[in-house]
Design a protein around this ligand. Structure first.
Ligand code: 13P
Ligand code: ZN
Length: 300
């Protein structure tokens, strides 16, 4: 039995006890929370989350909020200012990882290492309505997640619900060598992995190094999220958005796989640009075959 299966068994036991006290399906047993927990565990297993690195947020549907309400705190926490504001997210509820959380612990203790926060009617503050027990607070990158959710909700007509931040090694290494330029980094990735243009046809955004958790990083990331579902933070990590947990995790994997191939090829070649890469015509033809709107500005 794998780690995740045993963690799930622990959860199942805990939850059946809770069911005796409160009617309804416990938060930990609802599909969205199972997906949330699973992604945290999968990311940990990829080696993307040293220490407390990385974080995850999910914008809940109104149905999910209703089915969780019986488990919400009678007295939520007080409101805490976000430092950023979004009209599009007034009154929304988010599942969030806690700041300082080691993501492999989320499966074992979801209501301590993760939680649900409500956004106020002004769209500029949160309060805890479930979980984050023992004084926990949402991830320090919540301002970035929040503004990315606002933009992705708008540009996808509400389809995007997941924002995920991780610290994968290869894409981080790329930013030590390549300039913080979306076109340069996207071309390196597209030309290294055939599936690259299929997974991220718009390309990836790239930001220069900025202070983690800052509103400046949040503003800059969200501006890029208008165009890209994936934004690289130089010397730090990657932010991905998507409709569901699988799509978002898969995007993170595809970017990191392309970066890994690129890094290995450069290393084998003594540090220079790899010689036998996919041509611009090949990338264009792949996008056409899959009827994907490739970002032409990134092709020669
Ligand atoms: P948190 O522990 O606050 O989520 O921060 C981790 C991180 O990756 C910061 O960029
Ligand atoms: Zn980080």
């Amino acid at each position: 039995m794998g780690f995740f299966d045993s963690a799930q068994e622990v959860l199942d036991k805990g939850v059946s006890a809770a069911k005796g006290a409160v009617s309804g399906v416990a938060v930990e047993q609802q599909a969205f929370m199972k997906g949330f927990v699973r992604l945290c565990n999968d990311g940990w297993n990829q080696g993307w989350h040293e220490r407390n690195g990385g974080n995850l947020t999910y914008r809940m549907t109104p149905e999910e909020v209703s089915s969780c309400r019986t488990f919400f705190y009678d007295a939520p926490s007080s409101w805490v200012a976000l430092g950023v504001q979004a009209d599009d997210l007034r009154g929304e509820f988010f599942a969030v990882t806690g700041s300082g959380t080691h993501l492999h612990n989320v499966a074992l203790d979801p209501d301590r290492n993760a939680g649900i926060v409500e956004i106020n009617s002004a769209g500029d503050a949160w309060r805890i309505v479930w979980g984050l027990k023992g004084g926990g607070v949402p991830t320090s990158e919540f301002p970035s997640h929040f503004l990315c959710h606002a933009v992705r909700k708008r540009v996808t007509n509400g389809a995007n619900r997941v924002v995920y931040h991780a610290h994968p090694t290869a894409i981080g290494a790329c930013t030590l060598v390549l300039p913080a330029d979306a076109r340069v980094v996207t071309r390196a990735l597209w030309k290294s992995l055939t599936e690259g243009v299929i997974a991220f046809p718009a390309g990836v955004g790239v930001l220069p190094w900025m202070v983690p958790g800052s509103s400046e990083l949040a503003q800059a990331t969200s501006r890029q999220m208008g165009t890209y579902e994936a934004v690289v933070w130089a010397q730090h990590g990657l932010m991905c958005a998507g409709t569901d947990f699988d799509a978002t995790f898969g995007l993170m994997q595809a970017v990191e796989k392309a970066a890994d191939v690129y890094v290995r090829a450069r290393s084998m070649g003594g540090g220079g640009e790899p010689a036998n890469v996919i041509s611009d015509e090949g990338i264009r033809a792949t996008a056409a075959a899959y009827r994907l709107p490739v970002n032409e500005a990134f092709l020669d």
